[in-house]
Design a binder for this molecule. Sequence first.
Ligand SMILES: [Zn+2]
Length: 291
Amino acid sequence: MRAAGIDLGGTKIEAQIFDDHWAVIATERVQTPKTYQALIAAIVDLVRACGDLPVGISAAGLIHPQTGIALTANLPASGQPFPADVAAVAHRPVTWVNDARALILSEAIFGVAEAQSRVAGLILGTGVGGGVAVDGRLVLGPTGTAGEFGHSALPASLVVKYGLPVVACPCGRVGCVETLLSGPGMVRLAQALGEPGATPKEIAAAKGRTWQVWCEVLAELLMSVILIADPQVVVIAGGLSNIPHLVPDVSAALARAQFAGYPLPDIRIARGGDTAGALGAAYAAWRQAQT
Ligand SMILES: [Zn+2]
């Protein structure tokens, strides 16, 4: 056995133990408790079941780099020193990885971006998450927010060109790309462009004005990602990654956004799978244990 990963979601918590070849050899799943104390107890039970293996926890949200206080929308842990409380009760350290970052790391090591040295990822779902991995390691700086691409500012050129709405984001900022690029964001965009009443799947299938503008906004975000991280591969995951023509349409929009004649990163849909988050967190914990 090599390492364990715990995928901590809003409805279930799943622990996976991986062997020396990173194959799953044991799985345990429980419902996510509704209170903080019960949540700590449930996670600690799973951590203890992993014995003395390195354990990584993949969870949505952010851990404040100085205070250790969690900021998370889908767990009863916001405002609490979540990692410290788990470590204190479990009497052992665990490695915390943002769920989007865990997925990107898993794709960079084992998935569609395997063996690529520079990988960026975007999770397009109810929110917009992401991450950057270089040479098989996540880019993690003093704030731990590298890869929170969803909270980049909307491109001014497109806001002016299409009269896009600039609205408050749940993160506390105003005008984040997530407010138009997430699934609910695409619906908001359709309303703003006079094509209301459709689901993201219907909007994409119609290939009308909303879909075209959405691809342009995403392309501008990817252009910013290129300018900062210059990835060889961009991995797209999340519910919206199921749109069948997403890659060619976004690639075409990105080709128009990119400096004329410059190459584009390869846009690939995540291999994903049920264990991707746990696998990424387990790998991060294992790497940390090596140092
Ligand atoms: Zn935001």
